[in-house]
Ligand binder design. Structure first.
Ligand code: SAM
Length: 300
C-alpha cells in the first residue's frame, strides 16, 4: 500500500483482499470486510453502500494494525473479540473456542426438544450445557426461551469468566448458573444442586490427538487445545453419557455435537448407557453433526 495516497472504502477492500490472497490468508475478502467494518463502525453491507467514503489516515493506521495480526494468522474473531452465533454477539478471546456455525444445529435440536416455537415460547425447562466455552449454547437458549434456566459448566475458569460476561451482555445472567468442573472426574451429580434436567447439551472436545497436526494452522496456533482434543476423541462422550442418567429427568434428552466420523462410536456409547431412540442428524455440508437420545424410563 502506498504511503501518501488517499483511500476510499471499496478500493482499500480490494487491495487488502488481493494482498491477503497473495499471503494465503483464509477467507481473505470477509477478513478485510470485517476488519475495515470494525474500524469504520460499518456493517459488511454498509461498506458497499459507503463505497466512496474516504478512509482517513488514523483509520488507515488502525486498519493496518488489525491486518498485520490477520497476516500472522490470528482469527478475525479473536482480533475483534467478537463472534456472532445464532444472531447474537458473543465476546471471545484465545481462552475459548470460537463458536462455529455447525453448533447452531445443536441449538436447533435443543429448541425442538424443548418444544420451542417463535409464537409460544417453550415454557419452563432446566438445561445443562457441558463444556460451555464462550457460553454460546446456554446463553442463546436462555435468550430465546424466556422461562428456561440453564446450568453451564466448563473445566476452564477463564471460559467460565467469559461465559458469565456473555450471559450478562445478553441479559440472561439471572437464569444461567456457571460451574467450574471436570466432567471426566465422574462427580457431576454431587456437584450440581439441581439435577433433574430436561435436556443435557454438549459440544465436547472430540478431535482425536492423532488428528491435531492436520488441523488448520490458525486453529492450532490460536484456539485452546483443551477445547478441541482428547487422546481418542471419545472420552468426553463416555463421561457425559455415563453421568447423564443421574442428572436427567426420566424421559429427558441428551444432544451432543459429533465429529464427522463419530456417529457409530457415540451411538454405541449412548445405547450402552441407557439411551433409546438415538438419532443422528447431518449438517448443511452433509456431515453427521448432532446426536440425540432419550433416557429410557427407569421404571420400565
Ligand atoms: C468444543 S469446546 C465447546 C465450547 C462451546 N460450547 C461451543 O460450542 O463453542 C469444548 C469445551 O469443553 C471444555 N472442556 C474440555 N474438557 C473438559 C472437561 N474435562 N470437563 C469440562 N469441560 C471440559 C473446554 O474447556 C471447552 O470450553
Amino acid at each position: 500500500m502506498e504511503e501518501a495516497r488517499e483511500w476510499q472504502v471499496v478500493e482499500l477492500l480490494k487491495t487488502t483482499t488481493d494482498f491477503f490472497l497473495t499471503r494465503a490468508v483464509d477467507e481473505a475478502r470477509i477478513s478485510a470486510e470485517l476488519l475495515l467494518g470494525h474500524v469504520l463502525a460499518l456493517g459488511r453491507l454498509e461498506l458497499y453502500l459507503h463505497h466512496n467514503r474516504p478512509v482517513f489516515p488514523d483509520e488507515l493506521e488502525r486498519f493496518r494494525g488489525l491486518c498485520r495480526q490477520r497476516l500472522e494468522g490470528r482469527p478475525v474473531q479473536y482480533i475483534l473479540g467478537e463472534q456472532w452465533f445464532y444472531g447474537l454477539s458473543f465476546s471471545v478471546d484465545e481462552r475459548v473456542l470460537i463458536p462455529r456455525p455447525e453448533t447452531e444445529l445443536l441449538v436447533e435440536h435443543a429448541l425442538a426438544s424443548l418444544g420451542f416455537s417463535s409464537r409460544g415460547g417453550s415454557g419452563p425447562a432446566k438445561v445443562l450445557d457441558i463444556g460451555t466455552g464462550s457460553g454460546c449454547i446456554a446463553v442463546t437458549l436462555a435468550r430465546l426461551c424466556g422461562e428456561l434456566e440453564a446450568t453451564a459448566l466448563d473445566i476452564s475458569p477463564a471460559a467460565i469468566e467469559l461465559a458469565e460476561r456473555n450471559a450478562q451482555r445478553q441479559g440472561v445472567a439471572s437464569r444461567v448458573k456457571f460451574l467450574q468442573a471436570d466432567m471426566l472426574e465422574g462427580n457431576l451429580a454431587s456437584l450440581l444442586e439441581e439435577y433433574a434436567f430436561e435436556l443435557i447439551l454438549s459440544n465436547p472436545p472430540y478431535i482425536p490427538e492423532a488428528e491435531w497436526e492436520g488441523l488448520q494452522r490458525e486453529v492450532k496456533q490460536y484456539e485452546p487445545k483443551g477445547a478441541l482434543t482428547t487422546p481418542l476423541g471419545l472420552e468426553c462422550y463416555e463421561a457425559i453419557a455415563a453421568q447423564a442418567g443421574g442428572l436427567l429427568k426420566s424421559g429427558g434428552r441428551l444432544s451432543m455435537e459429533l465429529h464427522a466420523d463419530g456417529a457409530a462410536a457415540v451411538t454405541e456409547i449412548m445405547t450402552r448407557h441407557g439411551f433409546s431412540s438415538v438419532e443422528v442428524s447431518k449438517d448443511y455440508s452433509g456431515h453427521d453433526r448432532v446426536i440425540t437420545g432419550t433416557l429410557a424410563d427407569r421404571n420400565l
